[in-house]
Design a protein around this ligand. Structure first.
Ligand SMILES: Nc1ncnc2c1ncn2[C@@H]1O[C@H](COP(=O)(O)OP(=O)(O)O)[C@@H](O)[C@H]1O
Ligand SMILES: O=c1ccn([C@@H]2O[C@H](COP(=O)(O)OP(=O)(O)O)[C@@H](O)[C@H]2O)c(=O)[nH]1
Length: 236
């Protein structure tokens, strides 16, 4: 029995690269989609927000002198590309997915309309929210928190490059240890960077728990959905 009826899954854009230097690695995206298919087969309603860091990261453009807002719009367009790739891979794997964009780009994908998203979810379709929040200076983590709250998801699942929230950045501090659970307040006070502060604050205010787990570990998503011990739960 799944532990949740409706979830918001945040997939790292950067993880789509697999072992490549940039872009979308075919084997990686297929594997991710197959994992999502497994949880839809459990009867879980799945909405997805995907990042864009494998194609473009706004802060990187900003750091080389590009106007930050322009760079961020490029980042949002990168998430549209990833969303289209994800939806198409889902189609090839026998699933039905709908992409909805936060910025108007209607020849390409339909706009985000909340009641329509809810309808798709009730019909068992996977809904992929593209273009983040539609606003520069935000991240796709914040988009995941926002859409998660809007659609009444029971939890935000952040599938990322690390297998949970650590006492410090595990890539910089090898002695860091992983939390099994941590409260929002503690994570904010300790300034733990695995989700940005805006996303954290939004989830805390809305009492929307977050589970952080590895996107690279086969079977981890299913284990999370079944409520098994996996990753880190950030709770109220
Ligand atoms: N306390 C921490 N616990 C876990 N990861 C952390 C922590 N602080 C920083 N990080 C870093 O956060 C990164 C994941 O966050 P992020 O860059 O948002 O990834 P994503 O591509 O999923 O959006 C990890 O690669 C990790 O190095
Ligand atoms: O609401 C949003 C979501 C994303 N972005 C831009 O899109 C990029 C890609 O998203 P993100 O870095 O969150 O992707 P990920 O870390 O998952 O690869 C960000 O760097 C921002 O430049 C934005 O401006 N507003």
């Amino acid at each position: 029995m799944p532990a949740h009826k409706r979830i918001l899954l945040k997939l790292s854009g950067e993880a789509l690269m697999g072992d490549d230097a940039y872009g979308i690695n075919r084997a990686t995206i297929v594997r991710m989609v197959q994992e999502v298919r497994e949880i839809t087969q459990l009867g879980v309603e799945v909405a997805v927000v995907i990042g864009g860091g494998n194609i473009f990261r706004g802060v990187a453009g900003g750091s080389v002198g590009m106007d930050r807002a322009t760079a961020d719009y490029m980042g949002m367009l990168a998430t549209v590309m990833n969303s289209l790739a994800l939806a198409d891979t889902m189609r090839q794997e026998g699933m039905t997915a709908r992409v909805m964009s936060a910025i108007a780009i209607e020849q390409v994908v339909e706009p985000y309309v909340r009641p329509k998203a809810l309808q798709y979810l009730e019909e068992g379709k996977v809904v992929i929210f593209a273009a983040g929040t539609g606003n520069p200076f935000f991240t796709t983590d914040t988009a995941a928190a926002l859409r998660g709250a809007e659609i009444g998801a029971e939890i935000v699942l952040k599938a990322t490059k690390v297998d949970g929230v650590y006492t410090a950045d595990p890539k910089k501090d090898p002695s860091a240890t992983r939390y099994t659970r941590i409260s929002f307040d503690e994570a904010i006070t300790k300034n733990l960077q695995v989700l940005d502060a805006t996303a954290f604050a939004l989830c805390r205010d809305q009492k929307l728990p977050i589970k952080v787990f590895s996107i690279f570990k086969p079977g981890a998503l299913k284990r999370v959905v079944l409520g098994e011990d996996e990753g880190t739960l950030v709770h109220v």
